[in-house]
Design a protein around this ligand. Structure first.
Ligand code: PMP
Ligand code: GLN
Length: 392
């Protein structure tokens, strides 16, 4: 393993899901739903397979039906913000958001370029920045125990920008904190990007999972459309994380760049699922609000259970995840506020698996006492997990 990757080892998600299986624990670690997405979308995949659509190499940018559906989705949800994309030149289908992130960074970074990312960050960001030869510069989201939320310090963001900064890698709604950046925060990020002539890759895979406030695509802010690569995923929006269908929307020059990298990573993404996701993207508005309302209710159940069990709860405005502070559990139970030790012993002590937020930090001390629980699970599973945690 080369030195760029050696530091990263096995992803925490694989490690913790294996631990859950080994110990028979409830897995609130890795973020995947325990109920599959809509039956009619599964049927659409079966039909595509049977009818021989996509069983041979589909076109590099993605099948036209899916590119048109992505463009129509952007128009439906963000057209009122002035955002729309040409399906032929401004949409690229990828193997999940993960490939979109990798291909975007590989395409846009020169060795030594600095990338600013909001810490804590989703684990593939650091590895992909490293693979692209870039240097990551974390800007730490600050927790406020009083409000139970995280905040972006715009002065810190401004101070992090240097002459070597090439791009900002943004994520809203934010994994793992559940933060949804506000209109003012996004406007400030946009103003900085324009002022310092930066590109932005914005990971918006949880765009439909916003429980309070609204999701605003960064690309809809003044001056941003030409400099923003926006990433979406069918995994999150349709509860099919195993299908690995994602997409990028951006101006033609950026799409061409990202496609140049994608063609040598996977060449194309799996065909039949693309046709099924095209149908999924055309589901009525009620599907999207239904998904959101269902997850909001699940958030509320798990948040109440965690608070009842004695955790400090950071109430997420979006995503699949609740970040908790384990210190209120006391020194012994919380392993003196050591999230790693806590998560390693939790399966045996309570039969529940969670993720230590420290893995998402460069400044690991900042993340040490925080632990993430996923609530994209059935109500009965969440209730059982809450009961077990209460008996800790
Ligand atoms: N970005 C974020 C913020 C995520 O949480 C995830 C994981 N689910 C991904 C990207 C990867 O998405 P996909 O499964 O579509 O590759
Ligand atoms: N995005 C999911 C999470 O944050 C898991 C993705 C993965 O396993 N790579 O838990």
């Amino acid at each position: 393993l080369n030195h760029r990757l050696a530091a990263f080892g096995t992803t925490i998600f694989a490690e913790m899901s294996a631990l859950a299986q080994r110990t028979g624990s409830i897995n609130l670690g890795q973020g995947f739903p325990d109920t599959d997405g809509p039956e009619e979308v599964r049927e659409a995949a079966v039909r595509a397979l049977r009818d021989g659509r996509g069983n041979q190499y589909p076109p590099g940018p993605g099948v036209p039906e899916l590119r048109a559906a992505v463009a129509a989705h952007q128009q439906r949800f963000y057209g009122h913000l002035g955002l729309s994309y040409d399906p032929d030149t401004e949409v690229l289908v990828t193997a999940g958001a993960t490939e979109a992130i990798a291909a975007s960074l590989l395409a846009l970074l020169e060795p030594g370029d600095e990338v600013i990312a909001l810490e804590p960050y989703y684990d593939s960001y650091a590895a992909c920045i490293a693979m692209a030869g870039g240097r990551r510069v974390p800007v730490t989201l600050r927790p406020s125990a009083e409000t139970g939320t995280y905040h972006l310090d715009l002065d810190e963001l401004r101070d992090a920008i240097t002459d070597d900064t090439r791009l900002i890698l943004l994520n809203t709604p934010h994994n793992p904190t559940g933060t949804v950046l506000s209109r003012d925060e996004l406007a400030a990020v946009a103003a900085l990007a324009v002022e310092r002539d930066l590109l932005v890759i914005t990971d918006e895979v949880y765009e439909h999972l916003v429980f309070e406030g609204e999701h605003l695509p960064l690309a809809s802010f003044p001056g941003m459309r030409e400099r923003t690569v926006t990433i979406g995923s069918a995994g999150k929006t349709f509860s099919f994380t195993g299908w690995k269908v994602g997409w990028v929307t951006a101006a033609p020059a950026l799409i061409t760049a990202v496609r140049s990298a994608k063609q040598f990573l996977t060449y194309v993404s799996a065909g039949p699922f693309q046709y099924a996701v095209a149908e999924a993207l055309a589901l009525p508005d009620s599907y999207f609000t239904g998904l959101r309302d269902d997850l909001r209710a699940k958030r509320d159940i798990l948040a109440a259970g965690l608070a009842d069990a004695g955790f400090g709860v950071y109430r997420p405005a979006g995503t699949y995840f609740i970040t908790t502070d384990i210190r209120p559990l006391g020194a012994e139970l919380s392993h003196e506020g050591d999230g790693f030790a806590f998560c390693r012993s939790l399966p045996e002590r309570a039969g529940v698996v969670a993720i230590p937020n420290a893995v998402f930090y460069d400044h690991q001390d900042q993340g040490a006492p925080f632990v993430r629980f996923a609530f994209c699970k059935s109500v009965s599973v969440l209730e059982e997990a809450a009961g077990r945690l209460k008996r800790l």
